[in-house]
Design a protein around this ligand. Structure first.
Ligand code: AMP
Length: 355
């Protein structure tokens, strides 16, 4: 496969902050970018060459995107699979829609991981209220109930610390949709690996980061993660196995729990650049965004070089009011997403403190 020439056009489905940072990396490598997003002032649309303002499953808009772009990628995992698969007949879609199918349904995802010998928390299927008690019991009596589809940042989840806590209609509380019960893991810490894979199957991982979540939302990512070399190796190896199995092209993020004995359990993966990889923009060359653009355009992947230790902090909701002070901190890389309204729980930007 020959690499796309400088000046080629990349289509990105989704106009959030991940699309914004991908568009910026693409511009740096001399590519043009068109963003498809229903919002007229999306974070990515603000920095792209052009935007198509339409729903992600609008067939006319998708056809226009395919017609105007040399390659198409996506920046969030809940893109309707059918539309993307149809796009692939006209223009290459990277990563392949198979990655979306696996990532959109927690039950399918966990089975897929286990089939690859990547261990996860125990899980059981829930299709109605009648299944709830048995599923919680099957995973050890303490569980997090998660909707199979559509949950993110801790949404669509219910924690059951003991079977007596199952009161009322828990199935309805989850929205009355298919779900899973997942055994609660008493982990030492959480880490994630950002892994890139090229069209010809080369892989390159960034060093795993240690992640802290608050209220289900990523708060900080720290590198180095402060775990053993064996743990780092196991995490990278799981990410590469997953990327190979998906014939993946681009960057993916795999989140893992680290247990007391240093072993890892996969929690979930995202078929896209990942919030826990934002630190790479401050201290790695190439960063995760450039690595994704390299992979999908057929440019060479290189092993990332990390120049410093760092901590990335998400600026969520009114955290963004601290920007004035953050801008006075030496060694801090501030990145804002161009969102006008700072609602609670909304990711407004991030700051990476170097050293
Ligand atoms: P998720 O939406 O699956 O990424 O879950 C969000 C966060 O909830 C995770 O990053 C963990 O901090 C916590 N969590 C999720 N699943 C489990 C589990 N099975 N055991 C313990 N904590 C969990």
């Amino acid at each position: 496969m020959t690499a796309l020439p400088i000046g080629a056009t990349i289509g990105i489905i989704g106009g959030g902050q991940l699309g914004r940072m991908l568009a910026m990396a693409a511009a740096r490598l001399g590519f043009h970018v068109i963003i498809l997003d229903p919002a007229s002032d999306s974070p990515a649309g603000q920095v792209a060459d052009a935007r198509i303002i339409a729903d992600y499953d609008n067939p006319t808009a998708l056809a226009e995107l395919a017609q105007r772009c040399d390659v198409i990628t996506y920046e969030f995992e809940n893109v309707p699979v059918e539309g993307v698969a149809r796009l692939g007949e006209r223009s290459p879609v990277r990563p392949l829609p198979k990655a979306l199918e696996m990532a959109q349904d927690r039950l399918v995802e966990k089975r897929f991981l286990n089939d690859l010998d990547i261990a996860t928390a125990p899980f059981a299927e829930i299709d109605s209220q009648d299944d709830v008690a048995g599923a919680v019991e099957a995973v050890g009596g303490r569980a997090i109930l998660k909707t199979r589809r559509g949950g993110y940042d801790g949404k669509g989840q219910l924690r059951i610390d003991d079977a007596d806590a199952i009161v009322g209609n828990t199935f309805d509380q989850l929205g009355g949709v298919a779900a899973i019960a997942e055994g609660i893991i008493d982990f030492e810490c959480e880490i994630s690996v950002i892994c890139a894979r090229s069209i010809d199957g080369q892989t390159a991982c960034f060093e795993p980061a240690r992640n802290v979540h608050r209220a289900g939302i990523l708060a900080t990512s720290t590198v180095p993660a402060g775990v053993s070399d064996e743990t780092l190796k196991a995490a990278r190896s799981a990410a590469v196995t997953l990327a190979d199995a998906l014939e993946y092209v681009g960057v993916l993020g795999l989140e893992l729990f680290v247990l007391a004995d240093g072993s890892v359990l996969a929690n979930e993966f995202a078929p896209r650049v990942h919030n826990s990889g934002h630190w790479t923009e401050a201290v790695c060359s190439p960063d995760q965004f450039e690595q994704h653009i390299r992979a999908i355009t057929g440019a060479p992947l290189v092993a990332p070089t990390r120049t410093a230790d760092c901590v990335m902090e998400n600026l969520i909701g009114d955290d963004v009011d601290r920007v004035g002070a953050l801008l006075t901190e030496p060694g801090s890389v501030v990145h804002l997403y161009g969102k006008s309204e700072a609602r609670a729980g909304r990711k407004m930007g991030h700051v990476t403190r170097i050293g």
